[in-house]
Design a protein around this ligand. Sequence first.
Ligand code: HEC
Ligand code: HEC
Length: 182
Amino acid sequence: MKASTRALTSTLLLTASLALLAGRTGAQGLPALPQGAGLEVVQSRCLSCHGDDLIQGQRLTTTGWTREVEKMVRWGARVTDAEKAPLVAYLAAHFGVRPSAAPVTASGATVASASSATAAAGEAVFTRSCLSCHGRDLTEGQRLTTTGWTREVEKMMRWGAKVDEADKAALVAWLAATYPVR
Ligand code: HEC
Ligand code: HEC
C-alpha cells in the first residue's frame, strides 16, 4: 500500500516534470489558465504536446483562434465538432486581441526606446520577406513576446521565408515592439 502510494507519487512527479519540460520557456511566472467553459477542453485536448505557455503567449481574434485550432487539429489535436465552439470562445475570451492594445500606441511607446534605426530596418525586412505568401493580417492578429516572435519567425523561415541572421534580429525587435503582449 505504502509502496504503491510512493510509486504513484513518483509517476505523478514525473508527469509533472514532463509537462514542465514540454512547456519549455513558459511556466515560470505564468498564471494558471483562467476558469471558464472550455477550460476542460483545453486541458484534455491541448496540453498533450506542449505546455499552456504557447497558448498564453498568443493574442488572437475569434477568426485567429479558429484558424489556430484547425491547424492544431491538422497537426494531430483531437477536438470533436461539439468541443470546437466552446474551445474557440474560451480562447478568444481569455487570449483575445484587446482594442486597447492598439499597435500604434504600443509601438509609439516601445519603438521610441529601441533604436529607431533598428525598428525601421525591421519593418523593411517585414515588407520584403513576410508578405509574399500571406497578408499583414496574420501578423497583425498576433500578440507575442520576443521569444514568441523569434519562434514564429524561425517557423516561417523553416516554411520558406528568406531572412538572414542580421535581418532576423531587426525583424524580431520590430515585431515585438509593434505587436507585443500587453
Ligand atoms: C499533436 C500535438 C499537438 C496538440 C494536441 C496541440 N498542439 Fe499546439 N502546437 C503543436 C506544435 C508541434 C506546435 C509548434 C511548436 C513550436 O513552434 O515550437 C504548436 C504550437 C501551438 C501554438 C503556438 C502558435 C503556433 O501555431 O505555432 C499555439 C497557440 C497552440 N499550439 C495551441 C494549441 C491548442 C489551442 C491546442 C488544442 C486544440 C493545441 N495547440 C494542441 C502541437 C500540438
Ligand atoms: C513561404 C511562405 C511564407 C512566408 C514567406 C511567410 N509566411 Fe507566415 N505563414 C505561412 C503559412 C503557410 C502560414 C499558415 C497560414 C494558415 O494557417 O492559414 C503562415 C502563418 C503566419 C502567421 C500566423 C500564425 C501561424 O504560425 O500560423 C504569422 C504570425 C506569420 N505567418 C508571420 C510571418 C512573418 C513574420 C513572416 C516573415 C518572416 C512570414 N510569416 C513569412 C507562410 C509564409
